[in-house]
Structure formats: C-alpha cells, structure tokens
Ligand binder design. Structure first.
Ligand code: ADP
Ligand code: MG
Length: 339
C-alpha cells in the first residue's frame, strides 16, 4: 500500500491559515476586502487589544445568502471567479476562497449577515474550524463578522505576536492604505472604543489624505494626473518639505488594490531625485489603472505583491508622471545644468 494520502480539510485549512493569517492585520485586510468586494459603502472596524482579543468588521454590502453561509467557509469556495478565464482578468480583491476557512481555522468566528432589507438574516458560529451553529436570525442588510481569540488553538503562532501597540500599528497602517484606495467608502477604525480613523466616503481622495496624515499634510500635496495608451495615473504627491523617514509614506494602488512594489517606489524616488534628502521618502498616494491582463495579482496568498507584464514601460510612465507633477509646481527646473 502506498504512503501518500490527501490531507483532510481541517488540516489543509490550518496550513493555509499559516500563509493567509500572519497576524491580526491580515484578518482585518481579508475581512475589509470582502466587504469592499460586496460593494459596501460603509465599513466599520472594531479592534480589541490589537486584534488578538477581537476583530469585528461590519459592512452594509450585499450580504451572504443563508444557503451560502456554510459554503463560504469551505476551502476554495468563492463567488468571485465564475470560470477559469476570470483568473487572468481579476477585478475583485479576493478570488482564492481561502480567507474565511483560514481565519475560521485559527479563531472563534461569529457571522451575522443578511441579503435583504426585511430584517431576515443568518447567524453562524464556528470555532477552530468546527461549525457550532447555523441559524436564522434578525440582521440588517450587510455582513457583521466577528473574529475572537485569534490563534487560541495555535499557541506557537500566538507566541510570535508582538505587543498590542505593534499589532495595532500594522492594523492602522493597513486601514490607512485601504481607505486611501477607496475614498468612495466611509471607513471607521476603533481600538478599545477609541476612534482612530474616520473617512467621509465622499470620493475625494484629498479628504482621506487629511484623515490619515492630517489636514496640514493634505495642504502640502500636489495633484498628479497622466495618461498613456496602457496606463492612467492619478492621486497626490507630497511636496519635498513633508517627506518622511519611512517608505510606508508611499502608497501605490493598482486597479483599486493596495500593492507593494519595489520598482514603482524606485520610479517615484528617481523622479524626486535631488529634491529629497537621503533616507527621506515622499508622501505619495498614486492610483494606477490598467487593463487587468497587464498585472498579475496571483503571486502571493496575501496578494499585496503584484507583477507587471510591461514593467520597464510602466516604470518610465510613473517616473515621468511624477516628474511632470513636480515640474508643474516649478520644483524641478526644465533645463538641468550640466555638471
Ligand atoms: P474570496 O474573497 O477569495 O472569494 P473568502 O474566503 O474571503 O474568499 O470569502 C468567501 C466568499 O464569502 C466570498 O467569495 C463571498 O461570496 C462571501 N463573503 C465573504 N465576506 C463577505 C462579505 N463581507 N459580504 C458578502 N459576501 C462575503
Ligand atoms: Mg476574500
């Protein structure tokens, strides 16, 4: 008899959780992205003790149908890829169907959701990946997702969590970026009942920049706006005076998805060139739009990394767009002196 066997669902989910759920901020990211994919216009996030005690994401989106609630927690169960061609044209933030089973495998989850405005909804309780209850209950339209006692059944992982402040820092950072990527959505973030972030959901990115970085920083940014055949860029770039000591000040949003991409950051820095002191980074919020086939988001389970199919062209485009925006304010002379 052979030795190879297929892992059962429970173990497979725990393994996937190791990749998808690195820390509380990863849970927040997955839940908020699900809310965005569900077309929510309001998303309220409540965190208890750096997310280690509790994470709650409440949205007014489409909700999950009662008969889909259990299935949503199956591995690779998704409503977002209808057929395999879709994988090369991804427009939603999620698509792997891994987040819910992974989160549920390492926490105690309570889901309350409704797809209608008549008050009829569904409540599910899952602990450590085991369904405890699945019943009709009253609920407003949308989804209210609670994750308690994260990593309670994976003590090795729990041990690696940093202080409440550090975990909260990762969560706030995540929320800042997501809200910058979605000015059309009204976000709140609360920690132990303190309001940390509130965006108006007006669609105006500048108001989100003010909410995240403060109103004085929002007065020190320049608009950026460029088009090419393949790419569109818009957003804001900070004047050199408000440069920061941290690379995190550079936010790049590709097709509505916040991404981390070294090459784009380098292109931005090349455009600023000598305007920035060494080890200073500009505050930038760049929104890039391109055909989904020009960007591969299917790189890592946490999906923050992307690959571009025409990288050199794109980097040249970004660099030139940033340079133009700076030049418009006469920060860069048109003719550079020969040395
Ligand atoms: P994915 O986002 O990759 O599809 P998830 O495991 O994150 O996978 O979610 C599984 C499914 O559950 C989603 O495809 C969606 O149909 C449903 N779902 C999850 N969260 C929400 C939500 N907040 N509102 C509506 N539907 C949701
Ligand atoms: Mg998802």
């Amino acid at each position: 008899m052979g030795k190879i066997r297929v892992l059962d669902e429970h173990i497979a989910n725990q393994i996937a959780a190791g990749e998808v759920v690195e820390r509380p901020a990863s849970v927040v990211k997955e839940l908020v992205e699900n809310a965005i994919d569900a077309k929510a216009t309001r998303i309220d996030v409540y965190i208890g003790e750096g997310g280690l005690e509790s994470i709650r994401v409440q949205d007014n989106g489409l909700g999950i149908a009662a008969e889909d609630c259990e299935t949503a927690f199956y591995r690779h169960a998704t409503s977002k890829l209808a057929d395999d061609r879709d994988l090369y044209q991804i427009t939603s933030l999620g698509f792997r169907g891994e987040a819910l089973p992974s989160i549920a495998a390492v926490s105690k989850v309570e889901l309350l959701t409704s797809v209608t405005d008549d008050g009829a909804g569904r409540r599910l309780i899952i602990e450590g990946g085991t369904l405890k209850s699945n019943e009709d209950d009253a609920a407003p339209r949308g989804t209210d997702f609670r994750v308690n006692a994260l990593f309670y059944n994976t003590p090795a992982r729990l041990k690696y969590m940093k202080t409440v402040q550090t975990e909260l820092g990762h969560i706030s950072d995540m929320m800042y970026r997501i809200s910058l990527a979605h000015p059309e959505i009204a976000f709140t973030l609360r920690h132990n009942n303190n309001l940390l972030l509130q965006t108006p959901g007006s669609g105006d990115m500048l108001q989100v920049i003010a909410a995240v970085y403060g109103t004085s920083a929002a007065k020190m940014v320049l608009p950026i706006n460029s088009d090419s055949l393949d790419y569109r860029i818009d957003g804001f770039i900070g004047r050199p005076e408000i440069a920061r000591a941290n690379r995190n000040a550079m936010s790049v949003i590709v097709n509505g998805r916040y991404v981390k991409n070294y090459a784009v950051n380098q292109a931005i820095l090349r455009a600023y060139h000598t305007l920035l002191p060494i080890n200073r980074y500009p505050l930038t919020v760049l929104r890039l739009e391109m055909h989904p086939s020009l960007v591969d988001v299917n790189v890592h389970p946490a999906k923050m990394e992307v690959r571009f199919s025409k990288e050199p062209e794109l980097m040249q485009f970004v660099e030139e767009a940033v340079r133009q925006a700076l030049r418009r304010e006469i920060l860069i002379p048109h003719v550079t002196k020969q040395t």
